[in-house]
Write a new protein. Structure first.
Length: 301
């Protein structure tokens, strides 16, 4: 971290590096779940620091819905090359073609929930015993209950009542055959911490995070981009607005926010004043009051 950094960021960075080194010490076949979003970018950045001057000792794994923003995919590929990381991609479309999942229908259809099956199949195929993710506890109430080392059973499912205590930064990665872990090095970070760290480290990001003009449909209070994957309803009205995205995911359910923040400094000011978390703009989290917890129990990120 730059010597100009102050406050608690160095402590968060040190904790993240410690967690990643614990993963390398306790597990045999890790992978870092990488979406091309800011949180997974920061985890990859920490991983490079944790193992320098050696290469990051595990691959980046992207579960691609096939409905991603093109900007995200271009950034993903460029970032992996720049970081000298192995990039593995598994497609939700393959799960659909194999009859493993069924495509949703209707104007609100999304592939976001379908990622779970593709992820669990990838974990089995690659023989992974741990998947590292960029989830943070401040994102959503179900994630607030998540351990840093999150145990998953032989079906890849999460049981919040069957998690190990984490006292004094001691992480228990013991598991039975067929079980695996999800590990979250950014658990104690906030969205503001992420942006302040990105600023301190001058970390590259996809342009989606910064204000730009885009054709938008307003639906159920959300601003959705008119990509080729969004199914328009006859009642939809398309308009051009200046927006940015606080989170990057499936284009069919990731809402934008109206914003003029065109620099990281602008975003830090905007984030400090925000009263809604970045996942407040995700349609998949609004399907029920327990949408995230339900998906996590099934094996979601």
């Amino acid at each position: 971290m730059h010597t100009s950094s102050r406050g608690h960021l160095p402590q968060l960075e040190s904790e993240g590096i410690l967690i990643l080194r614990e993963v390398a010490a306790q597990f045999e076949r890790p992978a870092l779940l990488f979406s091309g979003g800011k949180d997974s970018i920061v985890v990859a950045w920490l991983a490079r620091k944790a193992f320098a001057p050696a290469r990051v000792p595990f691959p980046l794994l992207h579960i691609d819905t096939g409905h991603n923003f093109p900007e995200t995919l271009r950034f993903r590929d460029d970032f992996a090359r720049t970081m000298d990381c192995t990039l593995l991609v598994r497609q939700v479309q393959d799960s659909i073609d194999q009859g493993r999942v069924q495509e949703e229908t209707g104007a609100a259809a999304s592939r976001n929930a379908l990622q779970t099956t593709t992820l669990l199949d990838a974990i089995k195929e690659l023989g992974l015993d741990v998947a590292i993710g960029g989830a943070r506890r401040d994102e959503e109430k179900a994630r607030a209950t998540e351990r840093i080392f999150s145990h998953r059973d032989v079906f890849g499912q999460w049981d919040p009542r069957n998690q190990r205590p984490e006292l004094w930064n001691l992480y228990n990665g013991r598991k039975n055959h067929g079980e695996h872990f999800r590990v979250f090095p950014l658990s104690n970070w906030t969205e503001l911490d992420i942006w302040q760290y990105i600023s301190a480290e001058d970390i590259p990001l996809p342009g989606l995070y910064f204000a730009h003009q885009r054709e938008i449909v307003e639906r159920d209070g959300m601003l959705l981009a008119t990509t080729e994957h969004l199914r328009l309803d006859p009642s939809d009205t398309v308009s051009t607005r200046t927006v940015r995205f606080r989170t990057v995911g499936d284009a069919t359910c990731t809402g934008a926010v109206e914003s003029s923040a065109s620099t990281v400094a602008d975003i830090i000011i905007e984030t400090a004043a925000a009263r809604i978390t970045e996942r407040g703009g995700r349609a998949d989290d609004k399907r029920s009051d327990t949408a995230m917890e339900d998906r996590k129990r099934q094996g979601y990120f």
